[in-house]
Design a protein around this ligand. Structure first.
Ligand code: 9WO
Length: 244
């Protein structure tokens, strides 16, 4: 997997490259990363990347020219490895990101992630160069970098070799369509609150059943849409209703 990120703030991506599972995956060579700053492709002395919106209105709009020049440079570099760029732009008007989309993106050899700033990007660039638009949700951020980081993190976790057994288990826990069970660790009594007895029992069958029941209850309460989509077996319905 190769990530090419077009951003005015390349330093923001150190958070992903220098730490944690993604930093380890980079060190292991599981993916490559390159940031492309549109300011490096601006042709005027002031390295201008934005201008006032036609039609008036507040703020500035990102110029198409530096973005197109950056895309041309990316495509030229990818061509050396006979790779075609798959270009994603992050905006609230995009398709909502979900696990299925992450799995789909992780199968690609390369992702070009465009992080907009200011009030947006000249539509002529978006219409001509962007393959898909992705949203993290119905809210507005200061830039597309955080959504780009989120997509990269989620995609990296899908790459073979990026997760150890424990990390894979957590990943799987969401994949089966249920929210995760509550977790506890030392001390056994913390500020007067104890750990559920079943977790201290050593009865692994009972623990497994309790965790599934907690997951069903939590999902039914917080994300009934997930449960509707996933469905439940008769045994799970009984467990949820406490009949088991
Ligand atoms: C902002 C916006 C607001 C409402 C409807 C559509 C919209 N598009 C954009 C947009 O492209 N904004 C640019 C990127 C420039 C301003 C910062 N940007 C941004 C992206 N803010 N918030 C996002 C975003 C991306 C994905 N998921 C949620 C928010």
């Amino acid at each position: 997997m190769r990530f090419d990120v077009v951003t005015l703030f390349p330093g923001l991506f150190d958070a992903l490259l220098d730490f944690g599972i993604s930093g380890r995956a980079l060190d292991r060579g599981l993916f490559r990363f390159k940031a492309w700053n549109p300011r490096d492709f601006a042709t005027d002395n002031y390295r201008t990347v934005d201008d006032r919106p036609y039609g008036g209105g507040p703020g500035m709009v990102m110029l198409a020219e530096p973005l197109d020049a950056a895309m041309d440079a990316i495509e030229a570099e990818l061509q050396q490895d006979n790779i075609e760029a798959h270009v994603i732009y992050f905006t609230p008007r995009g398709r909502a990101l979900d696990h299925a989309k992450v799995v789909e993106l992780a199968k690609r050899p390369q992702l070009t992630l465009i992080a907009g700033r200011y009030e947006g990007v000249d539509e002529r660039f978006l219409q001509r160069r962007v393959h898909e638009e992705i949203s993290l949700g119905d809210f507005v951020l200061s830039g597309g970098e955080i959504p780009a980081l989120a997509v990269m993190d989620a995609v990296i976790r899908q790459l073979p070799g990026s997760l150890n057994n424990a990390e894979s288990a957590l990943q799987e826990s969401f994949v089966d369509g249920l929210l995760d069970a509550p977790c506890y660790t030392r001390p056994e009594v913390y500020r007067g609150e104890t750990v559920p007895d079943v977790l201290m029992s050593g009865n692994h069958k009972a623990i497994e059943r309790w965790r599934l029941q907690q997951r069903l209850k939590l999902t039914a309460k917080r994300r009934p849409d997930l449960l509707d989509k996933r469905g439940m077996s008769r045994a799970e319905k009984d467990l949820l209703d406490g009949k088991d």
